[in-house]
Design a binder for this molecule. Structure first.
Ligand SMILES: Nc1nc2c(ncn2[C@@H]2O[C@H](COP(=O)(O)OP(=O)(O)O)[C@@H](O)[C@H]2O)c(=O)[nH]1
Ligand SMILES: [Mg+2]
Length: 206
């Protein structure tokens, strides 16, 4: 749920980067950190396993320009991808305003992407939410790997597998070279802001 504080004029949005293990969620928010703060390491809070994977979540606050006199602060979270962290994944989704689904474009990850999306839908339904009601952007990551001859799923296949019902805006990205990562971030932020604005209008006294 977005938090709008009228007296000090801030809008706070919680955006979760969701997807299978190793799809590039942590790398994505690191490159956003680098773009907005210059130094990715100092602002990101990561709780890692011994192997260096995300244990609970990575967290990055990003302050953005003011809109209509309001300061916008986005709180970016990733989830742990490994199957055994099911409970943590659900907790991270509490109060989410918008979701970026980070799929791994490698052909070998086709099932893992679908499974992760199903998990996301299940977890949301347990909170009485539906994926079609939440601002969502699809990020088809690791597109750079085609240069190395690694078989990738085509954009069309990814759309059929993951985005046929929701028809969310979708981008081919690479968090390794920074391609389209900021475009996805700007898109999801503007969608989350529009949604917060709509919710505010719906709640206003008639
Ligand atoms: N080639 C390539 N490697 C990537 C990309 N994104 C992430 N990786 C690599 O994939 C591995 C997992 O990335 P990470 O961001 O930790 O994935 P997470 O589990 O989703 O948080 C790391 O070795 C990254 O360097 C990408 O767009 N292209
Ligand atoms: Mg991670």
């Amino acid at each position: 749920m977005s938090i709008i504080t009228v007296h000090n004029k801030t809008i706070q949005l919680k955006i979760v980067y969701y997807g299978p293990e190793d799809s590039g969620k942590t790398s994505s928010i690191k490159s956003i950190g680098q773009a907005y703060h210059g130094d990715s390491q100092s602002d990101i809070i990561s709780l890692k396993t011994k192997e260096g994977n995300t244990l609970f979540f990575d967290f990055l606050p990003v302050d953005m320009k003011t809109i209509d006199g309001y300061r916008v602060r986005t709180l970016l979270y990733t989830i742990p991808g490994h199957v055994k962290y099911d409970v943590t994944r659900k907790l991270v989704l509490n109060g989410v305003d918008a979701i970026v689904f980070v799929a791994d474009s490698r052909a070998v990850c086709r099932q893992a992407n679908k499974k992760s999306l199903e998990q996301l839908k299940d977890s949301l339904s347990q909170q009485n939410k539906d994926l079609t009601d939440i601002p969502l952007v699809m990020q088809y990551n690791k597109s750079d790997l085609s240069d190395q001859g690694i078989p990738l799923l085509s954009f069309e296949t990814l759309e059929i597998d993951l985005n046929q019902i929701t028809k969310a805006p979708a981008y081919k990205t690479s968090s390794a070279i920074g391609n389209n990562i900021l475009a996805v971030f700007r898109k999801i932020t503007s969608m989350a802001l529009a949604d917060a604005h709509k919710n505010l209008a719906d709640q206003a006294p008639q």
